[in-house]
Design a protein. Sequence first.
Length: 136
Amino acid sequence: MPWLELSAITGPLAKMGVDKAFTSLSRSEAVIKARRRLGLPAEPQAGDFEAIYRHALVDWGMFKPEAVLDFFRDERIYQAFRRAWHENNPQILQTEAGEVVRWAEEFGARSPPSRPLSTSSSITRAQRPKPVTTAI
């Protein structure tokens, strides 16, 4: 029975893990900013919406108030932006953005609570602000 070279199996498995880790890191605002400061290439892969969105936040977000960046970091806005882009329908983003702004005005919140997209546009007082948990 021939011996199987273990590295023939572990090498590709390890590479898959490393590739996934690098892909995940390319979607982090902190990593994108650090790479740019160090002069390292930090361009998103074509077709990777999340990476492109995060890179756009870093590029566009320079010198913007934190509240504006928090708005675009909100999971609802991210998901609405993604759906609007994929479906070529800006009304999706406009509707969700309006709901987030209405919520913030009603409850006096600086940053709206992050929640999944819903089909209902009504927001109740039971919903309380939560920290934005979008991985950036």
